[in-house]
Design a protein around this ligand. Sequence first.
Ligand code: MN
Length: 202
Amino acid sequence: MSFSLPKLAYPYNALEPAIDTKTMEIHHSKHHAGYTNNLNAALEKHENLQTLSIEKLLKSLDDIPEEIRRAVRNNGGGFYNHSLYWEVLTPGGAKEPSGGLAKMITQTFDGLEDLKGIFSKEAMGRFGSGWAWLAVDANKNLEVLSTPNQDNPLTSGMTPVLGIDVWEHAYYLNYQNRRADYIKNWWDIINWDIVSEKYINL
Ligand code: MN
C-alpha cells in the first residue's frame, strides 16, 4: 500500500480570484505530489508502517525509526496538510459554520469575525514557512495555533479542522510579498460545511 495524491473536487481555476490557476496547478501537481512521492519513498523499506494511516504515523513520530523520522515528519506532514487544505476550500465559499462548531466558536471566541482575526494574526505571525490552524483538543475545545514547516497539530494531540498554508509557494505568484491579502481573500473560499462536519465527527 502507498499514499496517493488526492484528486481535487474542483478544477484548478475554480478558486480564482482568491487563488490563481497557476498557483493551484503547481501547488497540487508539483508540491503536494512531491510530498506524496517522498513519503512513499521513505516508507518503502518499512512494510510494517505502510498499513498505518497518515494520522497514526504523524501522531506517533517518536515510534518511527530514526533514519526515516525526519522524512516522515516533513513529507507525511506535507501529504496530510495539503489534503486538508484542498478539502476545506470550495469555489465561492460556503456560508458560515453551523451546528456544534458554530456554537463552540461563539463560546470560545467573540464570534466568527473574532476567530478570523485571531487566526489571521497567527498566520501573519508565522515567521518563514508554515501553517496556521483551527484545531480541536480531546475535549472538543477549539484552539488557534501555528506550526513551522510541515508540522501540524496532530503531533501535539489535537486534530486540525481548518488550516492555511503560508509557505510562499501557496501565494507568491499572485500576491508576492502580500501575505495579508492572500489570507484575507482565503476566507472567501472556505467550505464551512466541511469544517463543521469535521468538528461534529470528531
Ligand atoms: Mn504548500
